[in-house]
Design a protein around this ligand. Structure first.
Ligand SMILES: *Cc1c(COP(=O)(O)O)cnc(C)c1O
Length: 494
């Protein structure tokens, strides 16, 4: 080292350029063949952190060294959502155009809180969400706003619904108010936990989140919903919000949106639709009948980061009451005032949620939509549904497996039920399936997850942009071979 003061400011941009080229090559190689890695990280808790220094570097380190550590230490601890045999949870992938969008967004590093702080970011968000609204055949007067995830979108929808009550909760709060009725929300037993989390974050109280029973297909029972609302009214409570899900997280059940909309209208509830995953199926004309009634919703969430090949994170909250949403969240300190904002000539997205600082997320979605086209996106989603239906057929035709829920989208809920175990009862079958899950995941060849649908259920979800017939067939074969070994050795039984 020379004894001169090291220069301040940015690192050497020639070194950046060199590492940048190298990393683009690395990313292209990775996305070409993620199958070179085990899908599920084959590490034990603490393995990764143990290989890294416990204190930060005092001196600058070369990018090349950092990248070497990324490859040698970080990569082995990655679970590969890009792997075509990733069938767990809701299998979701980004895509190359989405990666480029993230790259540019990181480079620009704007904060899109106000129109003025980057006009194109605001206007592209408005335009892209309008495109998406058209692509999903949703009502054209809906306005969208980008959130980090559906958990946030669900919570923001509840907040807007509460604001719509005109109970002055924004100004007076909820505590210590004798004039305030108990506010009640309705979800189904199969609704995503984030709706409940949103309610408890907003101080509505977990006890006021009523979980309506579901029918044999795990869809919300509208009669039970009406009964619950009537009981609450009789008790002097104030029902105000109901959530219907299109594509529940466990089994992709579809709640009866029309019937819920009827009840929402009758009892003046805010009707929110959670389509975090399933909302994407509205790309397909043949799936749109499932959405009948959505046009009467007050808000809806769809996550392009779940099944629209957009890198995490990007969730969209649509509502036909943007003014109510704004009333719930807008606070304008002097330092954020602008002439065009005061004149209401522009939209300032900071007014429509909790976040002030906002990333330029719309860019990647705009690039994804353009690079694949509406038809290209629809064709991929349609193929994923076809692959799942095919897997469901194999399950149905096998004497050793059974399906546990209708396969309406691209997720199959099933379990092994070989004849030799059936006599041993449900507990033995639960145990067998849990062991089967662990065994197939431990191979590193596939990754599936589980849920509970009255009984322990395996879940195979197709949603990866690289998944083909071959991968689904191989998964089925691995499940069968593994089960056969268990049965032959009497494992899990008795
Ligand atoms: C995944 C999921 C969520 C939560 O989404 P995040 O973006 O991870 O917060 C909410 N609702 C449903 C139906 C989901 O499937």
């Amino acid at each position: 080292m020379s004894n001169q003061t090291p220069s301040l400011g940015e690192i050497d941009l020639d070194a950046f350029r060199q590492s940048g080229y190298q990393l683009i090559d690395w990313v292209a190689d990775y996305l070409t063949n993620p199958e070179q890695y085990p899908v599920l990280a084959q590490v034990e808790p603490g393995d990764i952190i143990a290989q890294l220094p416990t204190s930060p570097p005092a001196e600058a380190e070369p990018l090349a060294d950092i990248i070497t550590d990324f490859e040698q230490i970080i990569m082995p601890g990655m679970t590969h959502w890009n792997h075509p045999n990733f069938f767990a949870y809701f299998s979701s992938t980004g895509s190359a155009p989405g990666v480029l969008g993230e790259l540019l967004s990181a480079a620009l590093n704007i904060n899109g809180m106000l129109w003025r702080t980057s006009p194109a970011a605001t206007e592209l968000e408005t335009l892209t969400l309008d495109w998406l609204c058209q692509m999903l055949a949703l009502p054209q007067d809906w306005e969208g706003v980008i959130m980090d995830g559906a958990s946030m979108s669900n919570m923001i929808a509840i907040a807007a619904a509460r604001e719509a009550l005109d109970l002055q909760i924004r100004t007076k709060g909820m505590a210590g108010r004798a004039d305030l009725p108990r506010l009640r929300l309705y979800i189904s037993e199969q609704s995503h936990s984030s709706v409940e989390k949103g309610a408890l974050t907003l101080g509505l109280g977990q006890e006021n989140v009523i979980k309506i029973p579901t029918d044999d297909n795990f869809a919300l029972d509208a009669h039970a919903l009406q009964t619950a609302i009537e009981a609450d009214l009789a008790a002097g409570y104030r029902p105000f919000f109901v959530c219907g899900t299109i594509g529940t997280t466990s089994s992709t059940a579809i709640d009866p949106l029309s019937a819920i909309a009827d009840l929402a209208a009758k009892y003046k509830l805010w009707f929110h639709v959670d389509g975090a995953y399933g909302g994407t199926t509205a790309l397909l004309p043949e799936m749109r009948h499932h959405f009948d009634g959505v046009e009467r919703a007050d808000s809806m969430v769809v996550n392009p980061h779940k099944w629209m090949f957009t890198p995490i994170d990007l969730s969209v909250l649509y509502t036909c009451h943007p003014a109510t949403l704004k009333r719930a969240f807008s606070i304008l300190p002097e330092y954020l005032r602008t002439a065009e904002g005061d004149a209401e000539a522009v939209k300032n997205y900071m007014d429509y949620g909790v976040q002030l600082g906002r990333r330029f997320r719309a860019l990647k979605l705009w690039m994804v939509i353009r690079a694949f086209g509406q038809e290209g996106l629809a064709a991929r989603v349609r193929e994923h549904i076809r692959l799942a239906q095919q897997f469901a057929t194999w399950v149905d035709e096998s004497p050793d497996f059974e399906r546990l829920a209708p396969t309406l989208m691209s997720n199959v809920c099933f379990r092994a039920c070989p004849a030799s175990y059936q006599a041993q009862g449900e507990a033995a079958l639960d145990q067998l399936n849990a062991q089967l899950l662990d065994a197939v995941n431990a191979t590193g060849q596939i990754f599936i997850s589980h849920t509970k649908l009255r009984v322990y259920s395996l879940r195979l979800a197709v949603g990866n942009i690289r998944t083909t017939n071959t991968h689904v067939e191989a998964a089925w074969q691995l499940l069968n071979e593994t089960l056969r070994r268990f049965v032959d050795s009497g494992m899990g039984s008795g």
